[in-house]
Design a protein around this ligand. Structure first.
Ligand code: CA
Length: 226
């Protein structure tokens, strides 16, 4: 794997680069965001690890330019600010995952491996998150090797949530998936469906979070289950 790491703290960059190189991965480090879109266009990078607090243009603006340039590989955002606002902004701008500093290098390595796996599965038409898999062609889902019994509506909603894993999905986006579910009358039906879905998928090590006022977020559960 070839990774571009954007981090202006030289000591932290060296420690992260060391952990990634220990996996046999190639790592290039940039201290600033401005040259990043060009670097990604010039070299075949598999992943971008991007600090948000940078001199010059910040990480969010860098990410916006990267996605605008059409680069589609996974991006993991590093942030010292653990506020929900930064996290939401990062995910909405096109990050696939984020980590709050300080973090253990081993956890970063695990997150990056998971990101790449998810990306490869997605290209093969199979959506995967933790032990949850969804075959978009056959509309079938599994928790580990165990097939999951889903209603047609649950299938459609789960497929959408998995395709957008790590991103916030609004209530309107979800209700639009089900014919005849437009308008406020559908809110209770959606809540009910999501609560049944949670019971079915959370044993796979995923979490379907309610993000107040914004919508829902499907993500891998933290190792401690939170
Ligand atoms: Ca920084």
């Amino acid at each position: 794997m070839h990774i571009l790491l954007v981090e202006d703290d030289a000591a932290l960059a060296a420690s992260i680069a060391g952990a990634l190189q220990a996996q046999g991965w190639r790592v290039d480090v940039s201290e600033r965001g401005e040259p990043v879109p060009r670097s990604l266009a010039q070299d075949a990078y598999d992943l971008l690890v991007l600090d948000l607090g940078l001199p010059g243009i910040d990480g969010l603006e860098t990410l916006r330019r990267v996605r605008e340039s059409g680069w589609l590989q996974p991006v993991l955002v590093l942030t010292a600010r653990d506020g929900i606002d930064d996290r939401v902004a990062g995910l909405e701008t096109g990050a696939d995952d984020y980590m709050c500093k300080p973090f253990a290098p081993a956890e970063l390595v695990a997150r990056l491996r998971a990101l790449v796996r998810r990306h490869e599965h997605r290209r093969a038409g199979v959506l995967a998150l933790a032990a949850l898999r969804f075959d978009a062609q056959g509309l079938r889902a599994w928790v580990g090797e165990q097939p999951l019994a889903l209603t047609a509506r649950e299938s459609v909603v789960l497929q959408y949530l998995m395709a957008k894993a790590g991103q916030i999905v609004s209530r309107e986006q979800l209700t639009a998936l089900v014919p005849g579910w437009a308008g406020a009358a559908s809110d209770n039906a959606l809540e009910l469906l999501l609560s049944r879905l949670r019971g079915k998928i959370e044993p796979a090590g995923v979490r379907l979070r309610t993000v107040r006022g914004l919508g829902y977020l499907l993500e891998a559960a933290a190792p401690d289950g939170r």
